[in-house]
Write a protein that binds this ligand. Structure first.
Ligand code: AMP
Length: 460
């Protein structure tokens, strides 16, 4: 197996990686690092969770080593590498990673993003930083204010380019690229490749090497399951699953900000400590909720797609799609929060009849059918759902039009309860993983007492 040292990284970088527990490169790192060290442009098809941050950051740092210095003169620390991300959360996380990788290297990094007072960023920019991580809008604010200069940038990274496109950053990106020196190394990463992203790649990248890791497929370590349910019973089902399967550290996605708030409230009423993050929350509120989620002070974080973009929570065990995304690529992004860098995870989707078409689109995109498990007590009525049947994972097959629903066992069922014939624990479709992240014991909520299936938020 290749090591980071064998990929050509300097001992000071390898030492920092070792301390972070990075023993061997992930597949994308193994492929991108040598290419980027050689100075070629790269187009990477990789989703979050594959280790793509280190894939672009490590060679970038290594190539800046000749410029590393401890001088206090700002002139000795011009911006040499620019990393653009769609969201502030992702920007923060990328920069945190870079700081960690640079632990033994005198290169400075900074993150700038909108939603916070620009004046707090200016003094640090003035002292000089070699590596700048930024969201496009705030970067342009600084350019306009002349509080930074991009004329010595020799490396450009566009992270999650498809999301930047979705968020309307294309004009900003074009303006920024026009401000950069023509001679530079470019790396662009995207989980998906719609036509506009290909065109962007054509204009920015110079004969790029195309590196593809599990494009449009979900991390193999993520166990995926669909629970069909009547849409009015989703809340009860979620509460039931969390309590009866003792799910800890659950990231739940909703379609709307209102739904996000409402669900977090309902979970709290049901005795499940939860918080919500979405676009209407201030940056400070989002960071606070994320921190509480990471350290185990809250059990469930309810999020919308935009707010959750780029969240990196070590070995997040559970992602729940409370609402299926209308855009199938969002499903891939969402479940990229779990099963990260080799850790196992579980992605649970609560699917009402009206969402079947989205499920079809998702399965088409990921190229396989997702296992279906009806949770006893939450069977969708015959009128609600065209029927499901347990399907073998593998190449996608057309959704059956009519077949009897198959109720798979709920692991939390009392041992004495009559089980269907095929009720062996651990049966395909049951999504149960050990909590991979252990919050401090004191912060853990008390386990909920067993309750019959169907317990609702009103009863708690
Ligand atoms: P990313 O896809 O860049 O968001 O990385 C996902 C997670 O994997 C982050 O928590 C990284 O710290 C972690 N990671 C990245 N590369 C490695 C590696 N080679 N070994 C172990 N963990 C890694």
């Amino acid at each position: 197996m290749t090591t980071f040292a064998e990929l050509g990284l300097a001992p000071d970088i390898v030492r920092a990686l070792d301390e972070l527990g990075y023993k061997t490169p992930t597949p994308i790192q193994e492929r991108v690092i040598p290419l980027a060290l050689a100075g070629g442009d790269i187009l990477g098809a990789a989703q979050t969770g594959t280790g793509k941050t280190a894939a672009f950051a490590l060679p970038l740092i290594q190539r800046l080593l000749p410029y590393a210095n401890t001088s206090t003169s700002p002139a000795k620390h011009p911006i040499r590498a620019l990393i653009l991300t769609p969201t502030r959360e992702l920007a923060i996380q990328v920069e945190e990673s870079i700081k960690a990788y640079c632990k033994y290297v005198p290169l400075r990094s900074l993150v700038v993003y909108g939603g916070v007072n620009i004046n707090t960023q200016i003094p640090i920019l003035k002292t000089g930083v070699e590596i700048l991580v930024a969201t496009p809008g705030r970067l342009l604010d600084h350019v306009q204010n002349r509080t930074l200069s991009l004329n010595q940038v020799n490396t450009l990274v566009l992270d999650e380019a498809d999301r930047m496109l979705d968020m309307g950053f294309m004009p900003d990106l074009k303006r920024i690229v026009a401000l950069l020196p023509a001679k530079r190394v470019n790396m662009m990463f995207s989980a998906t490749f719609p036509e506009e992203i290909r065109r962007l790649a054509d204009t920015i990248l110079d004969h790029p090497a195309f590196v593809e890791v599990a494009r449009n497929t979900t991390a193999v370590t993520v166990k995926q399951v669909v629970h069909p349910v009547h849409h009015e019973r989703k809340r009860q089902l979620l509460i039931h699953l969390i309590k009866h399967r003792n799910l800890e550290q659950v990231l739940v996605f909703t379609a709307t900000k209102i739904g996000c708030n409402r669900l977090a409230n309902d979970l709290n009423k049901a005795g499940i400590h939860a918080d919500a993050i979405h676009g209407d929350k201030s940056q400070q509120e989002r960071m606070k909720a994320l921190e509480a989620f990471k350290n185990g002070a809250i059990r469930v974080l309810v999020a919308t797609d935009v707010a959750a973009r780029g969240l990196d929570i070590e070995a997040l065990p559970y992602v729940v799609n409370y609402d299926l995304p209308h855009n199938p690529e969002d499903y891939v992004h969402r479940i990229g929060r779990t099963g990260r860098a080799g850790a196992s995870g579980c992605a649970i989707s609560l699917v009402a009849e009206s969402e079947n078409r989205y499920l079809d689109d998702i399965e088409k995109l990921i190229g396989s059918a997702i296992d279906v498990e009806i949770v006893p007590g939450f069977e969708p009525g015959a009128a609600d759902v065209p029927l499901y049947q347990a399907r073998e994972a593998g190449p996608r097959t057309p959704r059956p039009t009519r077949a009897a629903p198959v109720a798979l066992p709920d692991r939390a069922q009392p041992a004495t309860a009559p089980r269907p014939a095929a009720a062996a624990p651990g049966r395909r479709g049951t999504c149960q993983v050990a909590a991979l992240f252990r919050p401090p014991a004191a912060a853990q909520p008390a386990p909920a007492p067993p309750a019959p299936p169907g317990d609702s938020e009103n009863s708690a």
